[in-house]
Design a protein around this ligand. Structure first.
Ligand SMILES: Cc1cc2nc3c(=O)[nH]c(=O)nc-3n(C[C@H](O)[C@H](O)[C@H](O)COP(=O)(O)O)c2cc1C
Length: 391
């Protein structure tokens, strides 16, 4: 018997009756910023994701497909706002189908962390913009979303899910973490509403639950809906934390969600989590284990896991049903296949500086780069600039 068959991480994972992954390791949503200004993928986009699919993970997600053509993070992100966008992604989902690889797409509304609109407006539940956005755009103005705007947002997610289905996606991931729109509704710190969209954990989750319900109706149960749930924003007791989310987990399962991928952090605290990986990992393990206890669907997380041995230990002890990788996958798209083949010595390891994340907002960067992967190594000038200014 192959030793790998004894590893918890190499057992199959079922997304309800919709899709099966050959193992419990996934590449987390990673917006690589390889699209044109209209959100259509450039050729390198396909190269990276095909490479990731061949790298040993059982499933994975395309990062940050914006559901709102007007809400952007930068000018290079993916969009899924028309049939033409769906058509452009079709070859990738066809490539996934041929590999038997459940490939999903993350549906994203940037909300309070979006670039301000041309009128300088930022959409949010309670007129609270992210302080990182306000620092960069002091004249921007956050507005409290009207009921009409909220219903429009549900339609945008639903339309994007239909486009994803049309493109051939077998999984959809609703982005409800990291301080973006849906997560800002879930948070007691940024959602101060007292109408039907706020006031208690379940009411703050109403936007997310309505999106799930609407997508479920529109896609006719043909695609697995997953949720990326922010289980801790790093802001302590008054912010979002796992203890507030038990009922929400139950409601998500009842709403037909097939799996939940958890994560931690928002724009104000990403740096803290990237720099304190032991703390980040401990919080993720503890939060995930707690949230798992409310449901029977698979629950896992991404954040600060470095290798397959660590993932095995996490899954084996019951802290998560599956484990994802972000930066480790950027550094070496094939590191899981290499480790499973006993060739750890060949793995290019992430240095953990998170400069790749900084590339997303850096005017000098034309995409997300890496400092170890030769396929998209950061230009030397930019690398030096980061080393001198960001340490
Ligand atoms: C360059 C970069 C791009 C990312 N893009 C996304 C994204 O599109 N959607 C998302 O939910 N998270 C995104 N993330 C967060 C990752 O999915 C992951 O949660 C985070 O990197 C922590 O995991 P890690 O420690 O394994 O890197 C991104 C992270 C990085 C570094």
């Amino acid at each position: 018997m192959n030793n790998n068959t004894l590893m918890p991480a190499t057992r199959a994972l079922h997304f309800g009756a919709h899709a099966v992954s050959k193992n419990r390791l996934y590449f987390s949503s990673l917006g690589m910023d390889l699209c044109d200004e209209n959100g259509f993928p450039r050729p390198e986009f396909f190269t990276v994701y095909e490479s990731l699919m061949d790298g040993g993970c059982g499933f994975g997600f395309l990062g940050n497909a914006s559901v709102d053509a007007g809400a952007r993070y930068n000018s290079r992100g993916l969009r899924l706002t028309s049939a033409a966008h769906a058509q452009a992604l079709q070859p990738l989902f066809e490539a996934a189908r041929k590999r038997g690889f459940p490939l999903g797409v993350q549906l994203q509304h940037y909300g309070p962390q979006a670039l301000p609109s041309e009128q300088g407006i930022i959409l949010s539940p309670s007129a609270i913009a992210s302080s990182t956005i306000l620092n960069a755009f002091p004249l921007a103005r956050a507005v409290e979303m009207s009921n009409e705007q909220i219903l429009r947002c549900i339609d945008q997610f639903t339309d994007a899910a239909c486009h994803a289905q049309q493109a051939g996606a077998s999984l959809i991931q609703i982005q409800a973490s990291n301080g973006y729109l849906v997560s800002s509704f879930l948070s007691p710190k940024t959602n101060l509403r007292e109408d039907q969209w706020g006031g208690s954990p379940l009411k703050r989750a109403r936007l997310l639950l309505s999106i799930v319900e609407s997508i479920r109706k529109a896609t006719g149960d043909n695609v697995a809906i997953t949720v990326r749930l922010g289980m801790d924003d790093g802001l302590g007791e008054e912010g979002q934390h796992a203890a507030l989310l038990g009922e929400v987990m139950v409601a998500l399962e009842a709403g037909g969600v097939s799996a939940i991928t958890c994560s931690v952090g928002i724009s104000e605290t990403f740096r803290f989590f990237f720099k304190n990986k032991e703390k980040a990992l401990a919080m993720s393990r503890e939060g995930c284990r707690y949230l798992k206890s409310f449901v029977r669907i698979p629950v896992g997380f991404t954040g600060s896991v470095e290798d397959v041995a660590q993932a095995n230990e996490i899954i084996g002890c019951g802290d998560a049903d599956f484990v994802g990788f972000g930066r480790a996958m950027l550094a070496d798209n094939h590191f899981i296949a290499k480790e499973l083949a006993g060739r750890k010595d060949l793995v290019m390891r992430c240095k953990g500086d998170a400069f790749c994340f900084r590339d997303k907002k850096e005017p000098m960067a034309e995409r997300v780069y890496c400092c170890v992967n030769p396929d998209y190594r950061r230009p030397e000038k930019l690398q030096l600039y980061y080393e001198e200014n960001l340490k």
